[in-house]
Write a protein that binds this ligand. Sequence first.
Ligand code: DX5
Ligand code: ZN
Length: 217
Amino acid sequence: APQAKIGPSILNADLANLAAESQKLLDNGADYLHLDVMDGNFVPNLTFGHPMVKCLRNHIKNAYFETHMMVNSPEQWIEPMADAGVNLYTFHIEPVKDVCNVCRLVQESGMKVGLAIKPATKVEELARYMEVADVVLVMTVEPGFGGQSFMADMMPKVEWLRCNYPNIDIEVDGGVGPKTIECCAKSGANMIVSGTAVVGAPDQRQAITQMREVVQR
Ligand code: DX5
Ligand code: ZN
């Protein structure tokens, strides 16, 4: 089964000190960084784009960067994000007409590609793309904000994916932390995004280690 990886989301970190906050998470054992890119249209919030990611990459040379593209036209940002040094480009399938084409463009740019679905999107919508996707992301909150409550009723989607695609990387994102990691792990998720629960943890290393251990069990 795919390896357990903990990828803190920096959305609720001090974004004016993004490099230091990110380095601290990596020093505390984070396997990758989950960078939430929001366009103010696909979701009612606005964060940052490729200029910020490019600067972050100048400070943090080797870490694995995932951008979670909560945007209406993900194909527009593929080249800028690849140029900024992104490793995994995860976009929402809801606003995209030709998902396979966007996947191909992402992979041709040298990045891995992830497909994300909102809570209201049926998991079967992903079935036709499973040959091309490197990662699938099941949102466990309505995208747009950190610090929301975990939606346990999303777990059947994770179970369905793990049962049908035993070797794919399945990521969960939203309200995940030491208190909710158990059911994510049991359902079959192996890539764990956690924002508030890790960034705000009194002991980040302990929070990251504990969640990884639960997933690896
Ligand atoms: C929400 C973002 C998530 C969020 C996770 O739209 O995609 O990555 O920042 O943060 P928590 O773990 O606080 O829900
Ligand atoms: Zn996210």
